[in-house]
Design a protein around this ligand. Structure first.
Ligand code: FPP
Ligand code: ZN
Length: 341
């Protein structure tokens, strides 16, 4: 089955015009993330935006920033890590990260959400979730300010969220779930701490998520869903284990979820398309290297490699040689300096 990219571009562009619909009003609180899904999908497909569109989006994004330096999902909404990350990603995609007012204060807003046990709250009310550890890691990685948080404690918290199946849940003791696994593996990659994983065990659990239809599910016994072509596949990609699944079967499943007339991708074949599954379907195809998509998505930062290059962000932080910190085991110590003559 072929990829109907032109229809998807039309589908995404139309979403911004549907301002009178119930759906538009009902999703106001998460508009920032909706815009990120749409614009990142257009970026993967290499669709150019006009200068007028870019300026309009940048102005709208900046209008969602609050006094505390964080961003809400729409103007006038309270700050949250989910939308602060989407805002930073969007400004970078649009080539306007330079317009972020006082990036140090934004980074400090993010860092201040870390709790003494290493976890992160999503906002000042403090709900804890491994999603927020990923958001913080990604924001600070993009802004080059990881030094503001206690990375060892953050890793320790993630270790406490690891289950005996090698996967991760939203908090200690919670069931393993593909979405949370992306968050934990992505954060550990940004921290260059993949040593905290049992990569073979987790790789097996993820590979077992492929169903007879070719699509991946997020937990055992669940239906396949296009978005897990992102959540699960990124973790496999970061651990260099994509060949553990059947990539052709997965691509076939994603392509079967396209609305070939109206554009967009749904969670399962024959369901209604939405921008969330459209983005994750296209991102999954990009990760699989299918359909000749021009701009490759990066599995760690969930943005295209070209955007990361523009802002000098290492696309594979987990592959850098590690300099051991204080308290490292002797077998991880740096080699002694060469003898002086
Ligand atoms: C499942 O969503 C997904 C998760 C729990 C992970 C969400 C991760 C983030 C919000 C971090 C930021 C992500 C990116 C890509 C930058 P769901 O339960 O809503 O999905 P479903 O109902 O369709 O299975
Ligand atoms: Zn889904």
């Amino acid at each position: 089955m072929s990829f109907v990219g032109d229809a998807h571009v039309r589908f995404i562009r139309k979403l911004n015009e549907k301002k009178e619909t119930f759906e538009y009003v009902a999703t106001e609180h998460l508009r920032m993330s909706g815009l990120y899904w749409g614009l990142c999908a257009l970026d993967i497909m290499g669709t150019p935006l006009s200068q007028e569109e870019i300026d309009g989006f940048v102005q709208w994004i900046l209008s969602c920033q609050n006094e505390d330096a964080g961003f809400g999902g729409s103007p006038g909404h309270d700050s949250h890590l989910l939308y602060t990350l989407s805002a930073i990603q969007l400004l970078a995609i649009l080539g306007h990260l330079e317009d972020l007012h006082n990036p140090e204060r934004v980074a400090q807003y993010v860092a201040a959400l870390q709790h003494p046990d290493g976890s992160f709250g999503g906002d000042r009310w403090g709900e804890i979730d491994t999603r927020f550890t990923y958001c913080a890691a990604c924001c600070l990685g993009l802004l080059h300010h990881l030094e503001l948080i206690n990375v060892d404690q953050a890793v320790e918290f993630l270790r406490r969220c690891m289950n005996i199946d090698g996967g991760f849940g939203s908090c200690p003791g919670a069931e393993s779930h593909g979405g949370q696994i992306f968050c934990c593996v992505g954060a550990l990659a940004i921290f260059n701490r993949l040593d905290a994983l049992d990569q073979d065990l987790l790789g097996w659990w993820l590979a077992e998520r492929q169903t007879d239809l070719g699509g991946l599910n997020g937990r055992p016994e669940k239906e396949p869903d296009v978005c897990y072509s992102w959540w699960n596949l990124t973790a496999l990609a970061i651990m260099d284990r994509v060949p553990w699944i059947d990539p052709d079967a997965l691509a076939g499943f994603i392509l079967a979820c396209q609305d070939r007339e109206e554009g967009g991708i749904s969670d399962r074949p024959e369901d209604e398309a939405d921008v969330y599954h459209t983005f994750f379907g296209i991102a999954g195809l990009s990760l699989l290297g299918k359909c000749d998509l021009p701009n490759k998505i990066n599995p760690v930062y969930a943005m295209t490699e070209r955007v990361l290059a523009r802002y000098h962000v290492d696309p594979a932080p987990h592959k850098k040689p590690r300099t051991p910190g204080p308290g490292s085991r002797p077998d991880q110590a740096a080699p002694p300096p060469p003898p002086s003559s």
